[in-house]
Write a protein that binds this ligand. Structure first.
Ligand SMILES: Cc1cc2nc3c(=O)[nH]c(=O)nc-3n(C[C@H](O)[C@H](O)[C@H](O)COP(=O)(O)OP(=O)(O)OC[C@H]3O[C@@H](n4cnc5c(N)ncnc54)[C@H](O)[C@@H]3O)c2cc1C
Length: 145
C-alpha cells in the first residue's frame, strides 16, 4: 500500500521518469483491509487491486530484494537481477513475530495468500481461536515469548 501510494505521489510531480517496484509477493499492490472485512461481506476480489500497473511502472513481482549497495546505487534480488536507481524508497512494511511452535496450525494473517488459506479452512467449518495484535508494546504471556 505504501509503495503504491509512493508511486502515485511520484507520478503527480513526474509523469515520465522510470519507476520500478520490486515486491516479494507475486501479486501487484492490493489493499489489505478488505482481507479481514469486505471480502468476507461479499465484496468481489477485484475490488482489492490498487491498479499500480496503470501508472507506467515496471513491476518485478515474486522477488525478494536481498542486497543494497547505497554507494553504487544498486539493489540485487533473489533471482540474481541487479537494479540501478537514482532514488530508492524502502517500503517493506512489517512482519509478524512468529512463535517457536505450531507452524502448521497458526496463520499469521497478512497477505492475500493468507486470506485464501483462511477462506478454504473456514469453508471446512473448522474451529478457530483468534488472537488480535496491538501496535503498541507486546502483551504476550511470558510463557509464549
Ligand atoms: C488483514 C489486515 C487488515 C487490515 N485492516 C486495516 C484497516 O482496516 N485499517 C488500517 O488502517 N490498516 C489496516 N491494516 C494494516 C494495513 O494493511 C497496513 O498498515 C499496510 O498494509 C501497511 O502497508 P505497507 O505497504 O507499509 O506494508 P506491507 O503491507 O507490510 O507491505 C510491504 C510489502 O513489502 C514486501 N517486502 C518486504 N520486504 C521485502 C523485500 N526485501 N523485497 C521485496 N519485497 C519485500 C512485503 O512482502 C509486502 O508485500 C490491515 C492489515 C491486515 C494484514
Amino acid at each position: 500500500m505504501t509503495a503504491d501510494a509512493a508511486v502515485r505521489g511520484i507520478r503527480e510531480i513526474d509523469p515520465k521518469g522510470s519507476i520500478a517496484l520490486i515486491g516479494k509477493e507475486s501479486h501487484p499492490p492490493y489493499d489489505r483491509p478488505p482481507l479481514s472485512k469486505k471480502l468476507w461481506q461479499g465484496k468481489p476480489m477485484e475490488s482489492i487491486w490498487r491498479k499500480t500497473e496503470a501508472l507506467d511502472v515496471s513491476l518485478h513481482l515474486g522477488r525478494l530484494a536481498e542486497t543494497l549497495d547505497p554507494a553504487q546505487r544498486r539493489v540485487g534480488d533473489d533471482q540474481g537481477t541487479v537494479y540501478t536507481f537514482d532514488k530508492l524508497l524502502l517500503a517493506t512494511g512489517g512482519t509478524p513475530r512468529r512463535f517457536a511452535f505450531g507452524d502448521g496450525d497458526i496463520l499469521y494473517f497478512r497477505t492475500l495468500e493468507d486470506y485464501r488459506r483462511l477462506r478454504a479452512l473456514s469453508d471446512g467449518k473448522q474451529h478457530f481461536a483468534v488472537i488480535e495484535g496491538d501496535s503498541s508494546a507486546p502483551r504476550l504471556p511470558p510463557r509464549w515469548r
